[in-house]
Design a protein around this ligand. Structure first.
Ligand code: ATP
Ligand code: ATP
Ligand code: MG
Ligand code: MG
Length: 877
């Protein structure tokens, strides 16, 4: 077997709209192409031994063991690899279920599609599944140690890519609210929402967390001072820089017990609490000094450690934190109890799990000693032995939810403290003997205020109710009624995408909003070019969706990007599908026009339930997409009698038609006239029917989003795509007594479109035609036939780069086509393109049109420029 290609899909795609994270592996089965599993000796026995858990895969039989029974009866290796790739991920703790395997047009080559949670792990699973199956085919088995290594690698990949617990909680809540999110490329930042309505978080810092507040919170002494000045209870204490100041400081604080901690510290590092004499104080001073230049000396407040989480001015949760400890069972030693405690699957290393494992180090030995224990002591049943003096979760502590128990006075104090420091999300550390009583009554204090407080102790407390503390964060960032998205308008089809995208963007600009749009020519925001190039894929779309100024996104969505990685967005507000005609067939395993329609249909299917799919009623492959649309549908047609459109209107639907020379929008009984086609420069004086169709689609897209008819009219009558912006796309030049048109038509539908315009030209029509040598013979013959139909006079020329064809060959085929269509045709053959173009232009008659299908548009422009055209587009006055 050989893997030919692995694609990673990240949005709605050809295979599924809902399952967006998919791996697509193109796999050549080679010698296994003709061998279903039942004909491979020992395969079934081998696979059930290596992966017995495949028994859980129901597959098409729909029952436990369903998939394995298919392996027994005989199924193709691609299908087996799909299930193995899913199973490997499951075994590594990543829950996935969706898979599909399809033959391609190339015999023996399959597309194996399956879900992933993490991209890297998904790609790894693809390769591992092939390796595993190949090994069973060749040796009857796959070594246990290799399988274990695969699972371990997958787990590592999954863990490395996983979001931190706080970020994950926020992102999950966003998903539940339908708020889109995307990771940004730096500093673990996450974008919530799109465009101008986006917000950002980084763990539990939000874009509203002020730098002054965060820095104040990080300065423990400053925080205490500010709080003390406001009458908030804080520990009595002072800061020392040198050992010889320590004695006085302790006296200042008011004698033992005391706490010594680094001025700049976190996670409990360098802290010693409950210090009772001078000797301990000196030791504690040295420990704190290792972490920070200055050291805090504080009175020790007996009590329990609490974390009060304040979000947007309100207490969201309260947790009591208990330092790492073990409880005796009457026969185990402390060490044994620690080992048992650490077996808890909730305990991991650092912050990667709900709890952290207890580690034994010098600090814990000290703490044990103070309690009169050692690691070998056997604890009495029910006796508690602490292994840490401080309650940080990151040193093995646990958290107990106390949200319902906190005294209202303490709520008020915590909320006020958060406000005084200025933090939108604050973790207030309170030491008190009893959180249910006012701090003042029991001599409780706020020891610290934390910026970016962790959420995991509230989301997954060891005891008590989990609290959804992500909800108030999202309530704060997106209060009720505040939008998180921007309208997304996605345009697809075989021809006319760029023109329609530009038209929609231009119409929208009339509303005064900032429009971000992507096209074959580049990414634009407002009037500015962001990046040049073919930018019709999801990455370019994301540039728009990530931009904090963009109010409306208009995205040309070409087939390549959908195939390569799926759409950039989960759903769009308007999906425009212009047409589907044969083009690029055979590329990317899209071999038939039906498959092509299915691919473009992804845009129609991704229209949100509140949005509109704008469908071409004149194109049966497009209008059939109505079946898949979850939102509303609006049809456009060049034919007012179109039956589908008429039915749709009768049912009160929205539509746009070209009727009596006018573009109109019809809604129910009402016809809203937009404008006469001749007044739209893009329609070339009303002579280019396909451009009228594009304008109808664009008008509907805008109208469906609430843009007024007046704005649509203003947009349509002022839209001009300059030659510089869209070279080779219906570029018409006024050369005084005649016109020249340069177009880079590249498929049958666009030749026909061009023809539909040329035939409307009132004067003489001259065509200078030819095409790249890699087209099929029949394409040249068809081009000849078409040319004979639309031109009064034809000059056949040849591209310089003949792509392997002998000179004159293509021209001969075109000539054949011309004569087949009309033996009386007026034509000549001039192989050199420059000569042919110059001759055509030299001999042009008054009122005539010379149409050039050039090898390169720049070459044709040069020859035209030399003749000093009056205007670039006669209809763009
Ligand atoms: P973290 O990063 O986890 O918040 P930290 O290194 O910032 O820890 P502090 O919050 O100042 O350190 O102290 C850690 C813990 O030590 C407190 O939560 C509390 O349990 C205890 N502690 C600190 N100061 C005092 C004090 N004056 N009296 C009693 N206990 C204290
Ligand atoms: P590409 O796939 O190359 O990006 P596109 O779909 O963006 O093309 P445009 O750039 O708008 O299409 O137009 C390309 C050419 O297709 C035009 O010059 C014209 O000849 C033709 N064309 C434009 N609109 C239509 C249409 N609605 N139907 C058929 N042909 C069209
Ligand atoms: Mg703290
Ligand atoms: Mg385009």
């Amino acid at each position: 077997m050989k893997i030919q290609k692995i694609l990673t899909l990240r949005g709605p795609n050809y295979w599924s709209i809902r399952r967006q994270k998919l791996i697509v592996m193109r796999l050549d089965l080679e010698d296994l192409a003709e061998k279903p599993s039942n004909t491979i000796p020992g395969f079934y026995e081998g696979i059930i031994k290596v992966l017995p858990s495949l028994d859980n895969h129901f597959c098409s039989p729909g029952v436990r063991g369903g998939f394995l029974s298919r392996v027994k009866e005989g199924t193709m290796m691609g299908h087996i690899i799909e299930h193995v790739a899913l199973e490997l991920q499951e075994m590594a703790g990543m829950l996935v279920g969706f898979g599909r395997t399809r033959e391609t047009a190339t015999p023996g080559v399959y597309q194996v599609v399956f879900e992933y949670i993490d991209e890297q792990a998904g790609r790894y699973a693809a390769r591992a599944a092939v390796r595993l199956c190949q090994s069973i085919v060749s040796t009857g088995t796959y070594s246990q140690s290799e399988l274990e290594q695969d699972i371990k690698d997958l787990e590592d990949l999954g863990r490395d890519a996983a979001l931190g617990p706080s970020t994950e909680a926020i992102v999950k809540e966003a998903e539940a609210r339908g708020i889109p999110w995307l990771p940004l490329s730096a500093r673990s930042m996450i974008q919530l929402g799109y465009g101008v309505n986006q917000k950002r978080i980084q763990a539990t810092l939000s874009n509203r967390s002020g730098i002054l507040a965060v820095e104040l919170a990080c300065d423990k002494e400053g925080t205490k001072q500010i709080l003390r000045d406001s009458g908030v209870p804080v520990p009595r204490g002072t800061v020392v820089h040198y050992l010889d100041e320590l004695k006085d400081a302790i006296a200042d604080v008011g004698s033992y017990p005391i706490v010594i901690k680094p001025l700049n510290g976190n996670h409990g590092r360098g802290i010693t609490i409950d210090i009772r004499d001078w000797e301990e104080s000196q030791k504690a001073y040295d420990i704190a000094k290792e972490v920070s230049r200055a050291v805090i000396v504080e009175r020790y407040y007996a009590g329990f450690d609490h974390r009060v989480l304040v979000i947007n001015g309100k207490v969201a949760a309260v947790a009591q934190r208990i330092p790492a400890h073990v409880i005796g069972d009457g026969h185990s030693t402390v060490q044994e109890l620690i080992d048992q405690t650490n077996l808890d699957p909730h305990r991991g290393d650092g912050h990667d799990n709900v709890l952290t494992r207890i580690i034994v180090d010098e600090t814990s030995l000290d703490v044990l000693e103070r309690q009169g224990y050692s690691l070998d002591s056997v604890l009495k049943k029910g006796a508690t032995s602490y292994l840490r003096a401080t309650a940080n979760l990151s040193t093995g502590g646990i958290a107990v939810d106390r949200t319902n128990d906190i005294h209202p006075d303490n709520i008020w104090i915590a909320e006020r403290a958060a406000k005084i420091i200025g933090l939108d999300i604050a973790g207030i550390d309170i030491v008190t003997a009893d959180i249910t009583k006012p701090l003042r009554e029991v001599d409780g204090v706020i020891v610290e205020v934390n910026a970016a407080p962790g959420f995991r102790m509230h989301v997954c407390p060891s005891q008590g109710l989990p609290r959804n503390v992500a909800a108030p964060v999202l309530d704060m960032l997106f209060p009720p009624g505040k939008p998180h998205r921007i309208p997304i308008i996605s345009i697809t089809g075989t021809n006319g995408k760029t023109t329609t995208t530009r038209l929609i963007a231009h119409i929208y600009k009339q509303t005064g909003q900032v429009i971000g749009y992507t096209t074959t020519d580049g990414i634009y925001i407002g009037e500015h070019l962001v990046e040049k190039g073919d930018t019709t894929g999801p990455q370019s779309a994301q540039v728009i969706l990530k931009d904090p100024t963009v109010e409306v996104a208009v995205l040309e969505t070409a087939r390549g990007g959908i195939l390569r990685s799926g759409l950039a967005f989960e759903s769009c507000d308007v999906g425009v599908i212009l047409n589907v005609s044969p083009d690029h067939l055979g590329i990317g395993d899209i071999d038939t026009i039906e498959q092509l329609a299915h691919l473009k249909g992804v845009v129609a299917e991704s229209v949100s339930p509140y949005g509109y799919a704008i469908l071409n009623a004149d194109d049966p492959l497009v209008s059939a997409m109505v079946e898949k649309v979850k939102g509303h549908v609006a049809f456009f047609s060049m034919n007012p009698e179109n039956e589908l459109l008429q039915n749709h209107i009768r049912q009160g639907g929205l539509a746009a038609v070209y009727e009596n020379g006018y573009l109109s929008i019809i809604r129910g009984d009402w016809t809203l006239r937009i404008e006469e086609a001749v007044h739209l420069p893009v329609t070339m004086g009303g002579m280019a029917p396909f451009m009228i169709a594009n304008a109808l689609a664009a008008s509907l897209a805008a109208f469906a989003q609430g843009v007024t008819i007046e704005a649509i009219r203003a947009g349509l009558t002022t839209f001009r795509a300059s030659v510089a912006q869209t070279p080779g796309r219906m570029n018409l030049f006024n050369l005084g007594h005649f016109h020249a048109l340069v177009d880079y038509a590249h498929n049958v539908a666009s030749y026909e479109a061009l023809g539909s315009f040329v035939c409307n030209w009132p004067g003489e029509r001259v065509g200078i035609v030819g095409g790249p040598g890699d087209r099929r013979d029949e394409d040249f013959i068809n081009l000849g036939k078409l040319a004979a139909k639309i031109f009064n006079r034809i000059i056949v020329k040849e591209d310089e780069d003949r792509r392997g064809r002998p000179s004159g060959d293509a021209a001969e085929l075109i000539r054949k086509g011309i004569l087949l269509e009309n033996p009386q045709s007026n034509y000549e053959v001039i192989l050199n393109e420059e000569e042919a173009v110059n001759k055509g232009l030299d001999e042009a008659v008054s009122g005539g049109l010379v149409v050039i299908l050039p090898e390169t548009v720049s070459g044709a422009f040069r020859l035209i420029e030399a003749r000093h055209p009056i205007a670039e587009n006669a209809f763009q006055a």
